[in-house]
Design a binder for this molecule. Sequence first.
Ligand SMILES: Nc1ncnc2c1ncn2[C@@H]1O[C@H](COP(=O)(O)OP(=O)(O)OP(=O)(O)O)[C@@H](O)[C@H]1O
Length: 301
Amino acid sequence: MSDTGATSAAAPPTPTHAEHPGITVTDVTVRYGEVLALDGATLTVSAGRITGLIGMNGSGKSTLFKALMGAVRPDRGEVRLAGLTPAMARRRGIVGYVPQSEAVDWAFPVSVRDVVMMGRYGHLGPTRRPRSADHAAVAAALERVELSEFAERQIGQLSGGQKKRAFVARGIAQEADILLLDEPFAGVDKRSEGTIVRLLRELAEAGRTILVSTHDLHALPALADEAALLQRRVLFHGQVHEALTPERLALAFGLGADSGLAAPGDRGANPDPDPANPDPDPASAKPAATSAPSPIPRSNA
Ligand SMILES: Nc1ncnc2c1ncn2[C@@H]1O[C@H](COP(=O)(O)OP(=O)(O)OP(=O)(O)O)[C@@H](O)[C@H]1O
């Protein structure tokens, strides 16, 4: 664990797959014209761990995912997935991606089964036709996310949570070593959230490397082993309960430490969330009833 700002300048040599099967982001800077989206971001995600990536709107979370998927090329620095460049990792089917809902054309005429089958493309033989093993893998993935009965539905006709589960099933069918999930809980009902959290924990225990961006700090202790606070660069990376202190959250969300922004573990002092805003976005959250800097207990310890 570390407050990583001080260490980001020293770029370590690129690890090989054998040395590091997870994700390494080394001193990555990304600009969109005049906009500096990432500024020397450095992060290591170990295999078998789930890391929550948290930061306010515009802090660079999606840009980091795009860099990991090779959709944007860093101006400086490098990313490696299992020691490979994004293009190589994608070609080898090592990395699975659950995109933000806004990034998907839900009107596209594909069924839920088709979407999950996309995860099998890297496994198809020269004929590019799915074989019985591929159909079986898709059926098993659909069952794991509890979507078997929706398999033939057009993907856009699912609820927000079901759509996310369909993309998680795609990653499961792909058997990807590394899973990237951009805001998997946005617009998701509690049942879907619970299903996704449980599945990701199972996948991590099976050795997968998982990076999840989320605004839902309350989901984080049950979900993640570690948390990384992003504000163009990684301000802190360590145990979840160490990241979710009022001081560190204030740093990441650009508020004064005395703003009253409470860590999820402080919920006990305010057990009934505002029914109009049950899962407040911390960037816009009104001050909670307590500002006591008590670290939260990890429920996955
Ligand atoms: N294609 C683009 N062209 C120009 N600026 C962009 C582009 N994409 C993102 N940005 C800017 O880069 C910064 C980082 O954006 P990014 O989408 O990575 O943030 P984010 O943390 O994912 O935000 P959110 O939580 O709102 O999804 C923002 O200032 C954003 O306006």
